[in-house]
Design a protein around this ligand. Structure first.
Ligand code: BGC
Length: 418
């Protein structure tokens, strides 16, 4: 009798253990993202490891391609098939578009418990919330109006960083005479757009950027200032190497790291590649605002939207969202990724000089109203308008449209996409 009771008990214990085990195994997030470069993957690993420590499994769904356009195609296919991933890296207006379709999980309880309202900057909350409800956990704040310089090449050119676009052209001429690629660029629409938005800001200043890119004013999109923007884009193109077409951004960064190129215009995810190559800011490379854009910040922020995939996954999703907003994670992740924290209550102590500058610039821009959404990364316009504009920008950069034709096409493309 006794023995039977014990074995019954043992079986019961085994059952409980099995059920708990199953529950644990089921606690998993499937994460769709485009963080596939060396620096990006290293940053993502911080999150994976943190979640693993909490017993949350990670099913990886990487879709290569900067700025996420390939990832968005993959996402649409999964949602259409009725099988969305649990968590998805999304930017700006895409968060709104998906929320509008009613597929987002509600993060209000967690956000309330952790006081997100008080620490996430309003510029991000505008996208992390839909209809007043939290639908995404912001990971970071990136910025696109940066120029990355090889320090040795800059020193050879006299060591003075350019402060306006004319000084930039002079520096690029010097790089040319050094026998290196002056400007490393990858010819794909989002990279063309990333460079274009910096040039718009440099040539026209923040008020013009607002008028043209945020308000889509037809006169601003086709006037003299925009003419100078397109002319400067053509001039910048003359400093590319012949193999620029289609090149991924991180391969261009590698050219600057190796000293085969002098400079790259790129968002601060580029720093992740420098750090991964064991290079130091101020010693091996120099980060400056794209010449002429000092005082303004074009921002984009990676956010994880949780898709509503039912109660079973909710716990794992909330653990992931909570891990993302954890202050320690914000430091550990963003110091590797090149971005700055998505929370306003994080000290810059652990950040390198570029990170410190990024945080300072962000605060100043936010205070004086020059923190502006990036077009190429979805924070200025919804996807249809963004794509229409990038199309004109790319065609012009590739010589398929003259400047005059681009000035005519830009407002037309915008009007058609609205
Ligand atoms: C994302 C970054 C990413 C970059 C290149 C941007 O849109 O915000 O996190 O590193 O694309 O892939």
């Amino acid at each position: 009798m006794k023995i039977r009771m014990i074995s019954k008990l043992a079986a019961g214990v085994a059952m409980v253990a099995m059920v708990a085990g199953a529950a644990k195994a089921a606690e998993q997030v499937e994460v769709l993202h485009w963080w596939t470069s060396g620096g990006e993957a290293a940053a993502l690993n911080v999150l994976k490891e943190n979640l693993q420590k909490e017993g949350v499994g990670w099913k990886d769904m990487p879709v290569a391609g900067g700025a996420g356009s390939a990832a968005m195609t993959a996402l649409r296919a999964r949602v259409t098939a009725g099988d969305p991933p649990t968590a998805v890296q999304l930017l700006g207006f895409d968060l709104r578009d998906w929320s509008e379709m009613g597929v987002a999980a509600n993060l209000d309880d967690l956000a309330k418990k952790e006081g997100w309202d008080k620490v996430i900057p309003p510029a991000l909350q505008a996208f992390s919330k839909y209809d007043g409800h939290w639908i995404a956990a912001p990971v970071n704040i990136h910025s696109t109006n940066w120029l990355w310089l090889n320090k040795a090449a800059l020193d050879k050119a006299g060591g003075k960083a350019p402060t306006n676009i004319d000084e930039l052209f002079t520096l690029l001429d010097n790089f040319k005479s050094q026998g290196i690629i002056p400007l490393a660029h990858g010819g794909v629409p989002w990279q063309d757009g990333t460079m274009w938005e910096s040039v718009v800001l440099s040539v026209g200043g923040p008020d013009f950027y607002k008028k043209a890119v945020l308000d889509l004013d037809p006169a601003a999109l086709s006037g003299d200032t925009m003419k100078k923007v397109f002319d400067d884009m053509s001039k910048l193109r003359s400093y590319f190497d012949p193999n620029f077409s289609g090149r991924e951004w991180n391969l261009s960064t590698a050219l600057v790291i190796e000293g085969k190129a002098g400079a790259q215009e790129m968002g601060d995810w580029s720093k992740g590649e420098w750090l991964r190559a064991k290079k130091e800011p101020g010693k091996d490379f120099v980060c400056i605002r794209f010449p002429g854009t000092q005082g303004s910040v074009l921002f984009n922020a990676d956010q994880f939207m949780m898709f509503d995939v039912g109660e079973k996954q909710k716990d794992a999703q909330m653990k992931m969202a909570s891990a993302v907003e954890n202050p320690g994670f914000q430091i550990a992740f963003n110091t590797v990724k090149g971005s700055v924290p998505a929370r306003t209550d994080i000290s810059d102590e652990k950040f390198d000089d570029c990170g410190k500058k990024g945080m300072k610039d962000l605060n100043e821009a936010s205070a004086k109203g020059t923190l502006l959404g990036s077009l190429a990364h979805g924070y200025a316009q919804p996807a249809a308008i963004k794509e229409a504009m990038l199309d004109v920008i790319t065609q012009h950069l590739n010589g398929q449209l003259t400047t005059d034709a681009a000035l005519k096409r830009l407002p037309e493309a915008v009007a058609a996409a609205k």
